[in-house]
Design a protein around this ligand. Sequence first.
Ligand code: FES
Length: 212
Amino acid sequence: MGMSYNEKVIEYFKNPKNVGTLEEPDGYAKEGSPACGDMVSLYLKVDDETREITDIKFESYGCASNIATGSIITEMAKGKTIEEAKEITWQEAAEELGGLPDLKTHCSVLAVDALREAIRNYEERQGIGEEKRETTQEVVEERLTHVMNPMKGRDVMKTGLIDSVEVEDGSITVNVALESDHQFASAIKEDIEEKLEPRWDVEKVVVRFVGG
Ligand code: FES
């Protein structure tokens, strides 16, 4: 099994482009990989008229492949419109890097997911594109599949951590099957709020811990 990196990957890993954060980003995402538990954050500045990505930065808490793909996709996305940037695939990113070991596919998937999520976050704030849709219970449940359960390394929906969801007049209540003094309670609460608060029609997000 080949696990060695080519020179381009190593070069990008050692000297990644667009690393860091952006103040007051127009779009933001923090995504975790169910395969390994690693995380990546991505920040966007978007021109509201042309919908072009004018600036983009990422921070990776992942492996060399993830850092290299984060670097390459930020370079690929910069200057593109959000519609064009959405079309970037992990295969293209991996190809651009001259290939990644098979075992490392998920690392580039994670980087591309973070880009798509940051674009979606921008659309949610603006109430445009697909995110013009109303925030229903179904939408909330779908959004929660992007919140990781740190105890399991998979999302909170699939791992049964969400007891129930109520949506009413712009106010969302998420009941979490965990004690409120659990060591991960505040991190999970923050992640849930981060996924739901930006939506254009959401006024209030309440996260309640109802015990496991
Ligand atoms: Fe987790 Fe690469 S091993 S992102």
